[in-house]
Design a protein around this ligand. Structure first.
Ligand code: ADP
Ligand code: MG
Length: 309
């Protein structure tokens, strides 16, 4: 288990990370979400032992890790950070790039491990290619495979799926979750896509301006967001009256009402329609299984509200 205790950091006067205490459990992915500039990348670099905290400490299975000031080469061999930066060696094949991490092991083991990772992350057709022959998304998958090669205890991913299309992403994420579970890796993944986070992560950490605003399960975050920032970051919300918020899917169209609204937009989403209603309390985003008619009036109820502390 990786733990940070009251970790702080600052870039002069421009930004500071407020005391961050956080736990990453083995076999589980923790999603980290927050607007750009909220300190997510800084936090991952600290957790990887690549930045010197101003105060606080990081413990790996109870042992403090050495921060850069105490090491010749910053970083920890069992904690791997993958960013969007391509750091593959350009002149050797993908298989050789991954195997490089295993250079101190015997050849037979290197081969077995590279093949196992290639199978798990769907990289087999790429093994003989050079990095420049790969797409951005493929590079990212190789970087993840390479980080996993020497069986890290902790895997930190900074927006690893930003270059992947939806369908590919879903596949890769499922295989990643499988590896994380099987090899009992403590994993944190920064993402700006809330659906990635919901799909992957048991636990979500919401960051804002260098602080952790909420740290809870996906369901808790979605249904019981601590404040408006968290609610808006994790999906659409409507404000009905001051302090009364609800998600679009809480709207139930029914003859009993008690409210009514005029349909202003209908957008087909495959599994449902996104609806915008004009109501006495302003515009409302709703959802409907059936196609509603633009311009027509409908009555509706609201099944549940969100209340902030
Ligand atoms: P995120 O990954 O959530 O977008 P970062 O951790 O990259 O956020 O950055 C947090 C804040 O720190 C931002 O306001 C950013 O501009 C600032 N920052 C990041 N790196 C540096 C740096 N090397 N020097 C000064 N400020 C930085
Ligand atoms: Mg970042």
């Amino acid at each position: 288990m990786l733990r940070s205790q009251k970790l702080t950091y600052s870039y002069g006067d421009t930004f500071s990370l407020k005391p961050v205490s956080l736990r990453l459990n083995h076999g589980e992915i923790t999603g980290i979400i927050g607007h750009s500039g909220s300190g997510k990348s800084t936090l991952l670099h600290l957790l990887a032992g690549l930045k010197e905290p101003a105060s606080g400490q990081i413990l790996l299975n109870g042992e403090p890790i050495l921060t850069p000031s105490k090491k010749l080469v910053p970083g920890h061999e069992k904690i791997k950070l993958v960013t969007q930066q391509n750091t593959l060696f350009p002149h050797i094949s993908i298989a050789e790039n991954i195997a490089y991490e295993l250079r101190y092991y015997e050849k037979g083991y290197q081969k077995t491990r590279v093949n196992a990772l290639a199978r798990a992350l769907n990289l087999r057709p790429l093994l003989g290619k050079l990095p420049r022959e790969l797409s951005g998304g493929e590079i990212q998958r190789v970087m993840i495979a390479r980080a996993l090669a020497d069986e890290p205890l902790v895997l930190l991913l900074d927006e690893p799926m930003a270059n992947l299309d939806r369908i590919h992403k879903k596949k890769i994420m499922l295989s990643l979750a499988e590896v994380v579970r099987q090899e009992q890796i403590a994993c944190a993944m920064v993402t700006h896509d809330i659906y990635d986070a919901f799909g992957m992560a048991g636990r979500l950490v919401i960051m804002d301006r260098g602080r952790i605003l909420q740290n809870a399960t996906s369901e808790d975050i979605y249904f019981r967001p601590r404040n408006r920032y968290v609610a808006e970051l994790t999906g659409e919300v409507n404000e009905w009256e001051a302090g009364h918020f609800f998600r679009p899917e809480a709207v139930v169209f029914s003859p009993e009402g008690p409210w009514e609204g005029t349909v202003r937009a209908v957008v087909f989403q495959g599994s449902h329609y996104d609806i915008v209603l004009d109501t006495a309390n302003g515009p409302v985003s709703a959802r409907s299984e059936e196609r509603l008619e633009n311009g027509k009036r409908y009555t509706f109820g609201i099944r549940s509200f969100i209340h902030f502390d």
